[in-house]
Design a binder for this molecule. Structure first.
Ligand SMILES: [Zn+2]
Length: 218
């Protein structure tokens, strides 16, 4: 059983690294962002609540996100483990998480912020299946076509524009770095440099987590 949290600024490559690890070690990728987007796309009650909160300019409260994560983890479809992505986002959420769950490690992918801005501007997401691409570092095999599902609907997320990106980076530094530091104090964090090719970053993660013997394929 492997229970990980993956952290890093938006655009650090944690989605891509999580997907690779899930395939190789049979883990389940639990992305809070994907859960929220799925709800919005499918017009669920949860989505209606999120929209109501956001329309009043309020942040989504911690308890709300914690419930989503708790609910998802309770599905117990993760026989071999999970990688939690997009949670915790702040110190309160991290404290809640540590009180409620045992985790094996926090994977922190460290990328300089100038590179993040460049990367996010060239990020595209499949509107159909949420697979993520980068026109520079990780383009789809066939231009404009999703490798995973064949959809031709590869889009830029509305928040992947420079001003919005810089705001998110600032927000990350203010709110999420304290959560990371809390995990550091518990000696749970492995840090890998993310400004390198995907395969090298993945190799570092596997080495630091001693994962070689668990590899099932790929
Ligand atoms: Zn797709």
């Amino acid at each position: 059983m492997h229970k990980y949290v993956i952290m890093g600024m938006p655009g650090c490559g944690k989605g891509t690294q999580s997907e690779i690890m899930c395939q190789r070690f049979n883990l389940v990728h639990i992305s809070v962002g994907d859960i929220l987007r799925w709800n919005i796309k499918n017009h669920t009650k949860l989505a209606a609540r999120i929209k109501r909160l956001m329309s009043t300019g309020r942040l989504i409260p911690d308890e709300f996100v914690e419930k989503i994560v708790q609910g998802r983890l309770q599905e117990h479809d993760w026989n071999y483990g999970f990688i939690l992505d997009g949670f915790p986002r702040n110190e309160n959420q991290a404290e809640f998480f540590l009180e409620s769950y045992d985790i094996d490690a926090v994977i922190y992918i460290d990328v300089p912020s100038e590179l993040i801005v460049e990367r996010l501007s060239s990020r595209r997401v499949c509107a159909n299946c949420n697979a993520t691409y980068n026109l520079k570092s990780h383009p789809p095999q066939q231009t404009g076509v999703c490798d995973a599902c064949g959809s031709r609907d590869l889009v830029k997320r509305p928040d992947d524009h420079e001003t919005a990106i810089r705001e998110r980076l600032l927000d990350y530094e203010e709110k999420t770095l304290p959560a990371l530091n809390l995990f550091r104090r518990k000696e749970l964090v492995i840090t890998v440099r993310g400004d390198r090719p995907i395969t090298e970053v993945q190799a570092d993660i596997q080495r630091d987590l001693n994962l070689a013997k668990y590899r099932i394929k790929g």
